[in-house]
Design a protein around this ligand. Structure first.
Ligand SMILES: Cc1cc2nc3c(=O)[nH]c(=O)nc-3n(C[C@H](O)[C@H](O)[C@H](O)COP(=O)(O)OP(=O)(O)OC[C@H]3O[C@@H](n4cnc5c(N)ncnc54)[C@H](O)[C@@H]3O)c2cc1C
Length: 505
């Protein structure tokens, strides 16, 4: 995937998408797959906004059952099934345990009922039916829990690599003809007869300013969508009410399943998630005191999450054991003022007076379906009625065979041909899926390509050559936080490939 800035100025696009998080990436892919001419610009790295700060779950959203939003849950469960099929290397089933205690605001019978409904709503798309667990089985899945445990229940959702899933969507869109670039920012819009006809853009790597002509603009700027609306001359009254969510990263605490827990302080749901050999704990939910570029994790947020964790697990975690944190903004609709957790997660389209289509709200899991709705609107504007074709479209790297078979066969093949330790082999297959052979070929040509980036991590130095050439990684954070995830828990690591750019844009 090449960064071709001239490509933005050589034609009039059907649609220019502003924002390369999962929403914008999804629209770019859907529109390109329908045969539209698509430009996609992202002011930072792809996915560098909220789309890499998620809880890494592809889920139906059990909590919405409490609010009676069955349609929303059924839709998300269907999208979960599509992602498990079409992004096999990046989205995989994950067991979840809900432990039962007497002092909780949700009674065991309510959990059992809710999960039965969850199973029914998933229908043929279900991963596996939920089932009751004895106290011993809960402990075996999560590690020893505090006394008073009354058993629990097991159900399934999925985990994902959010940054690479976003990237896979961008790259698949580019395969279908989209012109996409990171570090290109929309700075303004030109109106012709009251309708936006062009996007003023700046290449943040060179400061070159240029104009992208487009019939329709989609504002997919996430929590920054209101700011982009203001750039387009729309009223400054905000449509979003973003809330901030924080996660902690701890070394592996031995959890074989994720845990869905109710915080002892306020009764909110939070998760403990095994993820790439680490344990994630999150999330908080509060109104932010800064914009997307200045999010900080407060000591009180670390304490809140550790209090939650230590309330449940016998092996307590201390602040000093936390090896990383991350924070993101939920682009929630300004809908119901009051408690952050009651703000609606629903998705809405807003069409402004200049014809710009703004995506509001939503969640990662349902990005394809949101993109379908947005692109339907785009096609009706540009007068090209073409139906959505992403529901049956595998993303780049996703194997046609079921994941366990692919992983086993491909790993055996690599072990036979390359001098690589088994943990690195598994990691390469997981990260690159069907592209792994091409990646290995690139690694073998890179200086010290088969060396590890860090002695205790499976990532290889030569991967960075592939990430630079094929995945548009430019700055150290692009390589270390999003193409790989190693920088999330090893912040001091240096990046071999980002030598051409020394600062973070
Ligand atoms: C803590 C947390 C946990 C979550 N967990 C989950 C989960 O487990 N599962 C799930 O399904 N959902 C989850 N979500 C929700 C999900 O992550 C978000 O809904 C989704 O990532 C939003 O994607 P987006 O593309 O709309 O926004 P973003 O990812 O923020 O993308 C918007 C992009 O627009 C760019 N941009 C802004 N202005 C401009 C401009 N002028 N020019 C060019 N580009 C611009 C930004 O740089 C940004 O990259 C979670 C959210 C949070 C905050």
């Amino acid at each position: 995937m090449r960064r071709d800035i001239d490509g933005f100025t050589e034609e009039t696009f059907d649609v220019c998408v502003v924002g390369g998080g999962i929403t914008g990436a999804g629209v770019a892919l859907d529109a390109a797959r329908r045969g539209l001419r698509v430009a996609l610009i992202e002011r930072g790295d792809f996915g560098s906004g909220t789309s890499t700060a998620s809880s890494k779950l592809i889920h139906g959203g059990l909590r919405y059952l409490e609010q009676g939003q069955f349609g929303l849950v059924a839709e998300a469960l269907h999208e979960r099934a599509l992602l498990l099929r079409h992004a096999r290397h990046l989205v995989q089933p994950l067991p979840f345990v809900v432990p039962f205690y007497d002092d909780q605001r949700v009674a065991p019978w309510q959990w059992r009922l809710g999960l039965t409904v969850y199973d029914i709503l998933a229908g043929r798309d279900n991963i596996a039916r939920s089932r009751p667990l004895s106290t011993r089985q809960v402990d075996a899945a999560t590690g020893p829990m505090r006394s008073g445990l009354r058993g629990g229940v097991l159900y399934y959702d999925a985990w994902m690599d959010d940054a690479r899933l976003c990237l896979a969507v961008v790259r698949t869109g580019v395969q279908y003809g989209a012109v996409a670039a990171s570090y290109v920012e929309a700075t303004g819009f030109e109106n012709a007869g009251g309708t936006i006809s062009s996007v003023y853009a700046v290449d943040r790597l060179t400061d070159r300013r240029f104009v992208i002509r487009a019939r329709v603009v989609v504002n997919a700027a996430g929590a920054g969508a209101d700011a982009v609306r203001v750039l387009a001359g729309e009223p400054s009254e905000p449509l979003l009410n973003p809330t901030k969510g924080v996660h902690l990263i701890a070394p592996d605490q031995g959890h074989r399943a994720a845990s869905l827990l109710l915080h002892p302080g306020d009764g909110r749901v939070f998760f403990v998630i095994p993820w790439f050999g680490k344990t994630l704990i999150g999330t908080t939910d509060s109104f932010p005191d800064a914009g997307p570029n200045a999010l900080r994790v407060a000591a009180s947020e670390v304490t809140y999450l550790l209090d939650g964790y230590n309330h449940y697990f016998d092996r307590p975690l201390q602040t000093e054991q936390i090896i990383g944190t991350f924070a993101g903004l939920r682009p929630l609709l300004r809908f119901r003022p009051g408690e952050p957790s009651s703000v609606s997660r629903e998705f809405r389209l807003h069409v402004g007076p200049t014809g710009m289509i703004t995506a509001l709200g939503g969640k990662y899991t349902t990005f394809r379906q949101m993109a379908e709705t947005i692109t339907d609107q785009v096609t009706s504007y540009v007068g090209k009625s073409r139906r959505c074709r992403t529901a049956s479209l595998p993303l780049i790297g996703s194997p046609a065979t079921p994941w366990p078979e692919f992983l086993q066969a491909k790993s055996a093949q690599i072990v036979a041909r390359h001098p690589i330790a088994i943990d690195s082999v598994m990691h390469l297959v997981q990260r690159y899926g069907t592209e792994v052979d091409k990646v290995l070929e690139r690694i073998s040509r890179a200086p010290r390509g088969f060396d590890r980036l860090h002695a205790e991590e499976p990532d290889l130095v030569g991967e960075q050559a592939w990430q630079r050439d094929e995945e548009m990684a430019i700055f150290p954070d692009d390589f270390l936080l999003r193409r790989t995830r190693i920088g999330m828990w090893r912040p001091g690591l240096r990046c071999a490939s980002a030598t051409t750019q020394s600062r973070s844009a």
